[in-house]
Ligand binder design. Structure first.
Ligand SMILES: [Zn+2]
Ligand SMILES: [Zn+2]
Length: 421
């Protein structure tokens, strides 16, 4: 290694991104708004590890899905175990429920989660290898009412985050009883157009025909418009469930559009699917997606209980949200000399206990320079302490917007601060 190579600074890994202090407030605010909302609906937070056995995600997503074939962030650890950084959240929750037998406990199986997911995808603008999601999951509730309530909760979330121009698309993807015969119709139809479809779509005809509707190629999209629709092939149970879901949305005065091409490519999805779009995001406008996965728990070797939920990419959500930072007044404590510094530290401890944010910077600067810093940083008021103040047990309190300076006794400071002048 050459000298210049050694000195070269280390950069963040491609596809990852720092969230710096001046944007962290948005993440915190989003989590606060989302968490408060979900708890009002009876959801509780769950936190599972970021890595799991690779097998979990292979089982969860089906080996034919794109996530498994191309995008898993997998490695072998020092103990020779096959590990994957989670590409999605649901399999981890399902694993956790089975492992801790949460379905045998009293609380409802309603969970939410915020955190990073990982996909070894080609990094591009707005797509990261470490990205973040909000996830919401409900288990063991079959009725279409819970699906409608989830849509309502998702809508409330977007409204509270200030996302504009929201549209809701809904569909049913059927179940293991009705989907196979629909697949046959779809395959037959796609097969006739095989030559005009892209390479990816030709592969999907055999492996995962529902995904034919996901293709981004304009020519494929045009062709897929002529394909048969799942809504025309639902079994009685799926049809009834879908009609009930729509009826609940009507009762709740939630406007939506039935989009028969809205599908989920993973095998465990059943019945309800929904997607939220926002005009604020332009062409790539999907912002939140969800649906029902009644067969997932069973496929994981757990009890036969149904599931439903939604996921939102936080990066995209923040780009469509309009949030305002909570600004609170805070204090800069300027001190000159060793004794004044000690007095400042003790005073700051008391004020912090009262709930004030106080900043003392431990660098040798004149009181004037410290006042300059306080101004630049946007302090509301400054407490000035020099030799004279140490002797008298009084401090100078300067209001940074009016410039007014008052002489206050140390004991009366907390009270003086509560009078906003
Ligand atoms: Zn069905
Ligand atoms: Zn295609």
């Amino acid at each position: 290694m050459s000298e210049s190579e050694r000195k070269k600074s280390i950069q963040s890994i491609k596809g990852t991104k720092d969230i710096l202090p001046d944007e962290v407030w948005m993440w915190q605010k989003l989590e606060e708004i989302a968490g408060n909302l979900f708890e009002r609906y009876g959801y509780r937070q769950i936190r599972t590890p970021v890595f799991e056995a690779t097998e979990l995600f292979e089982k969860g997503t089906g080996e034919t899905s794109d996530i498994v074939t191309k995008e898993m962030y997998s490695f072998r650890d020092k103990g020779g175990r096959d590990i994957t950084l989670r590409p999605e959240y649901t399999p981890s929750v399902v694993r956790s429920i089975i492992e801790h037998r949460l379905h045998l406990r009293t609380p409802p199986l309603r969970f939410y989660y915020f955190g990073p997911m990982f996909r070894y995808d080609k990094p591009q603008k707005g797509r990261y290898r470490q990205f973040h999601q909000i996830d919401v999951e409900v288990f063991n509730e079959k009725d279409a009412a819970i699906d409608a309530e989830l849509v309502e909760m998702a809508q409330q979330l977007l409204i509270r985050l200030g996302v504009k121009d929201i549209h809701i698309l809904v569909n049913s993807v059927g179940c293991t009883a009705c989907r196979p015969s629909y697949h046959q119709h779809l395959r037959k139809s796609a097969d006739q157009a095989r030559e005009n479809l892209c390479k990816d779509c030709r592969r999907k005809i055999d492996t995962n025909p529902l995904r034919l509707f996901d293709c981004k190629e304009e020519s494929c999209r045009k062709i897929s418009e002529g394909f048969p629709l799942i809504t025309d092939h639902l079994c009685q149970e799926c049809r009834d469930h879908f009609l009930a879901f729509c009826a609940y949305l009507d009762e709740l005065s939630i406007s939506y559009l039935v989009e028969s091409r809205l599908v989920r490519g993973l095998d465990y999805y059943t019945k309800t699917t929904f997607e939220f779009t926002s005009g604020a995001l332009g062409a790539q406008d999907a912002i939140l997606g969800g649906g029902r996965y009644d067969d997932m728990m069973k496929q994981f070797g757990g009890p036969d209980i149904c599931g439903t939920g939604f996921a939102v990419g936080i990066e995209r959500l923040l780009s469509a949200a309009s949030l305002e930072e909570n600004k609170r007044e805070w204090l800069y404590i300027a001190t000159l000399g060793a004794e004044a510094r000690i007095m400042g530290m003790k005073l700051a401890r008391e004020l912090r206990a009262e709930g004030w944010e106080c900043l003392i910077e431990y660098r040798e600067r004149s009181l004037n320079k410290q006042l300059g810093r306080a101004h630049k940083l946007g302090a509301g008021r400054v407490v000035l302490i020099g030799d004279e103040e140490v002797r008298s047990g009084r401090v100078q309190l300067k209001n940074m917007s009016s410039g007014q300076q008052t002489d206050v006794s140390v004991l009366g400071l907390a009270e003086a601060l509560n009078v906003s002048d």
